[in-house]
Ligand binder design. Structure first.
Ligand code: ASP
Length: 439
């Protein structure tokens, strides 16, 4: 029997019109039984997300001991939604309680969680479904680490008692009742956790785009949508900033083989992107690649030393210096006498000189330098492993566009080729790769 968990993001909950659209989607399919919602997002580009306002409230509380002015904006937003929906609910009493609790508990995570809490209360009232508080079913330990198995059992047991329910996303609580949140965008994780626990046949994630695109539409005009994607391809693309879905939301559903369908609340007829464990062989993309995505803001720590390859423990000693300064790295392609360590700029910031100094002392390289202004581009697709010459095609496209490859790294899974280019070439490089494979 079909059972769907549906999650609606911030834009889908932003105002009464969007919420009515959400209700229409849910009511059109009785298998959409468990609903997870985000806090209201932006209605227009200059608007504030409710979650951002709630973090600002916490900041006000820390500085001034009160947050009346900022909370007034949140109050206005929720009162407006309830009144436009014409709901019979005492939102003023809810808001008063929330404001008092925020002052009482004074934790950033508690404050931030109230957007989802209120949003779910409103959705439950609009849909005529029971509200189930995530605080009682999504469990964390005292340090704020998510307890996956305990949560799975608890959610299963509690939701068994409800044919339908609305659950706020983003947060849960520890055994003492203290609220903890996932990282930003974490309602996607809540949806996945609920889908696993109720053994859903499908996890629908409703947002404001019709799924993943083969490239960033801000760089490539009208890129083709991706109809189907494997969990692993998704990992690779979201790691590179294709952020339609929170990357951690894959783990709960992957263990139970539940597909995720990204859908567009504002274009519900679009089929969106289906994310599955294994893309069937006949669907593996004929044009070899599934998508291309990239990120700016990297540097390469380039080390050269002759006979490096025969020096036992060389890479380990270099990496121990990175560990010492608490710098995590992204990639480490190497040659016989060279080692390139790709690091995000925010990891490296301010530590450049001490890092170089200590590496010099540790492994006495012939040459060491930091090459800044690097962007990484991942070209992803299961189809690549069946097609010899993929790397040649990619490199050829970049050469033709007169773009120098500063680094190249192909995972042995043959799912992904990552190139590093100068950030000044970033957009042109994405465009050239897209054109080479997608025409
Ligand atoms: N409201 C939270 C955020 O803005 C969580 C979410 O929307 O998923 O990050």
């Amino acid at each position: 029997m079909e059972l769907k968990v549906v999650k609606f993001g911030g834009t889908s909950m932003a105002d009464a019109k969007a919420i009515n659209q959400v209700a229409k989607i849910i009511e059109s399919d009785p298998s959409r039984r468990y609903v997870v919602v985000s806090a209201p997002g932006k209605r227009f580009s200059q608007d504030h997300k409710v979650t951002d306002l709630l973090y600002a409230c916490y900041h006000d509380l820390e500085i001034n001991g009160e947050c009346k002015a900022t909370f007034a904006k949140i109050r206005e937003r929720f009162c407006g939604i309830v009144s436009d929906l014409g709901l019979d609910m005492d939102i003023c009493a809810e808001l008063d309680r929330v404001e008092q609790d925020m002052v009482k508990f004074r934790s950033a995570e508690f404050c931030a969680s109230r957007g989802e809490y209120l949003s779910a209360k409103i959705a439950a009232c609009r849909l005529g479904m029971p509200f189930v508080d995530a605080k009682n079913i999504v469990l964390f330990d005292e340090e704020g680490a998510f307890l996956a198995e305990e949560t799975n059992e608890r959610v299963g047991a509690v939701l068994k008692q409800h044919k339908q329910a609305v659950i706020p996303g983003f947060f849960g609580a520890d055994a003492m009742g203290n609220v903890h949140t996932f990282s930003r965008g974490g309602s996607d994780i809540t949806g996945a956790v609920i889908a696993r626990a109720v053994r859903a046949s499908l996890y629908e994630n409703w947002t404001d785009v019709s799924g993943f695109m083969t490239a960033d539409p801000r760089i490539v005009p009208n890129p083709a949508p991706i109809a189907m994607l494997s969990y692993r391809e998704l990992r690779e693309l979201s790691y590179m900033g294709a952020n339609v879905l929170h990357p951690e939301s894959i783990f709960p559903v992957r263990t139970s083989n539940i597909p995720i369908n990204i859908r567009n609340t504002f274009a519900p007829a679009d089929r969106g992107t289906m994310i599955v464990a294994e893309v069937p062989a006949d669907c593996v993309h004929e044009d070899i690649i599934t998508g291309v995505a990239g990120k700016k803001g990297y540097s390469i720590v380039f080390i050269e030393k002759s006979m490096m390859n025969s020096e036992l423990g060389f890479a380990r000693r270099v990496m121990s210096v990175f560990e010492y300064y608490n710098i995590s790295f992204e990639h480490m392609p190497s040659g016989i006498d060279t080692l390139s360590i790709v690091v995000a700029d925010n990891e490296l910031a301010g530590k450049e000189e001490v890092l170089l100094d200590r590496i010099r002392k540790t492994v006495a390289p012939d040459h060491i330098e930091i090459k800044q202004g690097i962007s990484l581009i991942a070209t992803v697709g299961h189809g690549m492993s069946f097609h010899p010459g993929t790397a040649a095609k990619l490199c050829g496209a970049l050469a033709q566009a007169n773009i120098n490859i500063r680094m190249i790294d192909q995972g042995s899974s043959e799912l992904n080729i990552i190139v590093g280019v100068s950030t000044t070439d970033y957009e042109r490089a994405i465009d050239a790769i897209y054109r080479a494979f997608k025409g």
